[in-house]
Design a protein around this ligand. Structure first.
Ligand SMILES: [Zn+2]
Length: 263
């Protein structure tokens, strides 16, 4: 709150002469977010069971919410692995609801992880609608218009990009990893990723680039922890990274949906 005089702060939150200490915690949190200049979203894809549980635990250690994007049908026996980088058990919606209850963000990463650049528009659209429907039925409180669709392989098409904002709040696809700070009407989020080997050096470099800029929102597409998935990082690295970033006062570590909701 240091940037605001007491009078400005009271004016901002419309509380007149009521003491600032009466401000609800939630408002204090969002007043804090608005001052941050470097937003960082580690956008974890594919929903491996073991990695997702560990990721959530590490985020909780620092009182942070993880951003976990899951495939609607990956937990079903008939799920066909899109490639060898999916060959680990996926979580199911029992787990996703539990993690969401603990404050983490669970968003869409496709109905079956199709490469939407390689299929006709109508088929891609149908798969996204089926994904939204599955989430609506299985994830508590899921609202498509507040959700983010995270393209499998970060592969979108201009036609799908034009249609999706009529269905969801935003979508994530491949592109420059540093986005404008979260703002109203921001429906296209772009990210980078690295793989199939360990991502740690690459991610460190992307974070350094962000921190050298006056402001920006780094969206980095991560996957599993330790040995799981394409382009993994170690759990120890994630733990140390969050510890380091928490110590930088311009940095906000936040899931994409929460960032846009607060914008
Ligand atoms: Zn994926």
């Amino acid at each position: 709150m240091s940037r605001y005089s007491r009078r400005e702060l009271l004016k901002t939150i419309g509380m007149g002469t009521v003491g600032a200490f009466a401000m609800p915690l939630k408002l204090m949190a969002s007043a804090g977010i608005k001052k941050k200049k470097h937003f960082i979203t580690l956008s974890f894809d594919d929903g491996f069971r073991k990695s997702s549980i560990r990721t959530a635990e590490i985020y909780e250690k620092y009182k942070l919410a993880a951003c976990i994007n899951v495939i609607a049908t990956a937990h079903l026996p008939e799920f066909e692995l899109p490639n060898e980088y999916h060959n680990w058990p996926a979580g199911d919606f029992g787990l996703w609801n539990k993690l969401q209850d603990r404050g983490h963000e669970i968003m869409m990463h496709g109905y079956k992880h199709a490469h939407k650049n390689e299929i006709p528009f109508a088929e891609g659209k149908n798969l996204i609608l089926k994904c939204m429907d599955y989430f609506s039925k299985n994830l508590k409180g899921f609202k498509p218009k507040e959700s983010i669709f995270n393209f499998p392989f970060n592969a979108s098409t201009p036609q799908l990009e034009e249609w999706l904002p009529t269905q969801v709040k935003a979508f994530r696809t491949g592109g420059p990893p540093i986005n404008a700070l979260p703002h109203k009407g921001q429906s296209k989020l772009t990210c980078t990723s690295f793989g199939p080997g360990n991502i740690e050096n690459h991610l460190d470099q992307e974070i350094e680039k962000l921190l050298k800029m006056p402001s920006g929102w780094l969206i980095y597409n991560t996957h599993g922890l330790d040995e799981e998935g394409w382009g993994p990082m170690s759990s120890n690295y994630l733990d140390q990274l969050l510890r380091r970033l928490k110590g930088i006062n311009t940095v906000e570590i936040i899931p994409a949906g929460k960032a846009l909701a607060a914008a």
